[in-house]
Design a protein around this ligand. Sequence first.
Ligand code: HEM
Length: 188
Amino acid sequence: MSLLAFCEWLAATRGSIALHESLVMYPLIESTHVLALTLFVGLAVILDLRLLGLALTRVPVTDIATRLLPWTKVGFTVMVITGVLLFYAIPVRTYQSIFFRVKVVMLILAGLNVWIFNNRVFLRVGEWDRDARTPKAARRAALFSLILWGGIIVAGRMIAYNWFDCDIQPQPAIVNFVAGCVVPPPAP
Ligand code: HEM
């Protein structure tokens, strides 16, 4: 079963139809998605600004990281749960949204950036914990984090604007390829 066929199957389920047609639930889930963003990305930005030496430079990095991490994890968990529900409500449109695909690529890169920071850079935090100017690798991770989460937010916002709609053909070949549109052959 292709991913598109799976999304078409998902879209035909009672739960997806009910969520898609709900007057209250969908806006409620989307609002929660945005609210969780303020918690998750908002706190991540505070740590990134510290690592870049732009804010809280007299506070040890570990103080900020350990105090914010539990709330960041709560925000991230709510982001993912509400995001999956938003996907479930309109699976085919979202799966074929170029903005959603770009967002998923950036989510993977952002996750990789966090993994490298936690498992490489942060292991030696004891050497630079109180320094206003952190090592180059820490500043680089913070910069990537700001760029990627900023891009994820913009891409998330753009999903609603289905500029490259598979249902509106003809589209440029590159759009059909990137969005995964299935274009019927022209009538003979
Ligand atoms: C964890 C980091 C995430 C961030 C920072 C994020 C951010 C956003 C933002 C800012 C929007 C626009 C909301 C609006 O316009 O009202 C959005 C929409 C959306 N997000 Fe996320 N998101 C995240 C994760 C996810 C995940 C994991 C999924 C699904 C697997 C997802 C699926 C969606 C969908 C489908 C929409 C479009 C809703 C619509 O406009 O109809 N998001 N996201």
